[in-house]
Design a protein. Structure first.
Length: 417
């Protein structure tokens, strides 16, 4: 039997919009089933390598099935949008944080699959509807807060478990800076790192009533201005790394690896980056302080796979998702992300963060909020979130101007999803 080339190069992705024929690496025998899987995973990435291994095993058990793995590109979202609008959905795709709020109408519900009862409830607020339905298998549970360097905090006399308000965080920053270290680090070259700061802290800056208004389409400038004012003030207080404008995301990891920064607000995969430079770096995880309540962790869908509800090979696609959910396969997939597995009973491999993760998530059962932009901002606002927050750090903008730009973007994009 001829095998379909498993991973299709980026140059082929454009033709994928109009069908698989031009991209297949070989013909298919009569009776064979072909599945197209838009992975959203970069060529050569550890995530795509792990998925390829799982799919190889699936094909070995199901010799009449061929799966074409399409890598992610910079145009992944727009390509997928065109496919769905043209009623030409792939059999499976990575929903990249939006299975419920953008893709639910196109996906087969999964709450009745045999493995669904073993799903971690920690991610419920991010993926389930009010009727408990959900539409993608998360390959990991993205639950995070503030990552800290234990050595830096110990030297400054800061106890991360004693920080529950932003005033206490500010006091900790003063102590850290006094030792000669940076309190917080981010990258101006990779400004998604500051977008994350605003994204993770925003939910704890709004009351429930304000969040409901935002979700219903009403953007209040004053509320957002208040939400990002702490970030602006941290920059004025020189809490951020002095090389912010020239620093890359790798430079931020190197700062943590050399014990030169106390706090970083990034996904848990940051710990893997740090330890690639120094395996002995001591890192921990703590909740984000809230301006309106108790400390919290943010949770969101990271890598998650759904099946088209209109696919002609839907049952086979669902069978592949079931195969991914098997414990051994789930472990192999989740190990590449720096997050815990989505299926209970699967051992987590989150390195240095494990003890503090277990403490805050399992022992303390810290409340979780969904990642702000995925629930409360319309599709297309991520870039504005990043650039306006970058302006707060560089001093080219202020909280009022940032709020005004966000309102303009919000009102132009709301309702277009």
């Amino acid at each position: 039997m001829n095998k379909v080339v498993k991973v299709i190069g980026a140059a082929c992705c454009a033709s994928m919009l109009f069908g698989l024929a031009a991209c297949s690496g070989g013909g298919s025998s009569a009776g064979d089933v072909e599945l197209e899987f838009m992975t959203g995973m970069a060529t050569g990435s550890t995530q795509l390598k792990a998925m390829t291994k799982v799919v190889d095993a699936f094909e070995k058990e199901n010799p009449t099935v061929k799966v074409t793995l399409v890598p992610g590109t910079s145009s992944y979202e727009s390509d997928l949008k065109v496919r769905l609008a043209g009623k030409n959905a792939p059999d499976l795709w990575n929903t990249h944080g939006w299975s419920r709020d953008r893709y639910a109408d196109f996906l087969e519900p999964l709450q009745n699959r045999s493995w669904a009862k073993d799903m971690s409830s920690v991610i419920d607020t991010a993926i389930r509807k009010s009727d408990k339905s959900f539409y993608a298998l998360p390959l990991d549970v993205a639950v995070t807060g503030i990552i800290y360097n234990t050595t830096v905090l110990d030297k400054a006399g800061v106890d991360p478990t004693a920080i529950s308000t932003w005033d206490e965080f500010d006091a900790a920053c003063k102590k850290i800076v006094a030792t000669g270290a940076n309190c917080i680090a981010a990258s101006g070259k990779d400004n998604w790192t500051v977008g994350n700061i605003a994204d993770y802290t925003a939910s704890g800056m709004y009351t429930e009533a304000q969040l409901k208004k935002l979700k219903s389409g009403s953007f209040d400038e004053a509320s957002y201005e208040k939400a990002v004012t702490p970030i602006y003030q941290w920059a004025r207080n020189k809490y951020f790394n002095v090389d912010y404008t020239s620093a890359t995301a790798d430079d931020v990891a190197k700062l943590a690896a050399t014990d030169k920064v106390g706090f970083v607000i990034q996904p848990n995969s940051f710990a893997q980056s740090v330890q690639s430079y120094n395996a002995d770096t001591k890192l921990g995880l703590m909740p984000l302080p809230s301006a309106v309540g108790d400390p919290y962790l943010v949770t969101g869908e990271d890598y998650a796979i759904g099946a088209s509800k209109t696919g002609k090979n839907k049952e086979i696609a669902l069978k592949l998702i079931d195969f991914m959910a098997e414990p051994a396969n789930m472990k192999g997939l989740s190990d590449t992300t720096g997050n815990a597995p989505a299926i209970s009973g699967v051992e987590a491999n989150i390195g240095q963060l494990k003890d503090t993760y277990d403490y805050w998530v399992d022992e303390k059962k810290t409340q979780t909020y969904p990642i702000f932009d995925r629930v409360y901002l319309p599709n297309g606002m991520w870039n504005t979130l990043c650039t306006t927050t970058d302006g707060l750090l560089t001093g080219q903008s202020n909280p009022g101007n940032a709020a005004s730009q966000m309102k303009t973007s919000f009102e132009s994009l709301y309702g277009q999803d």
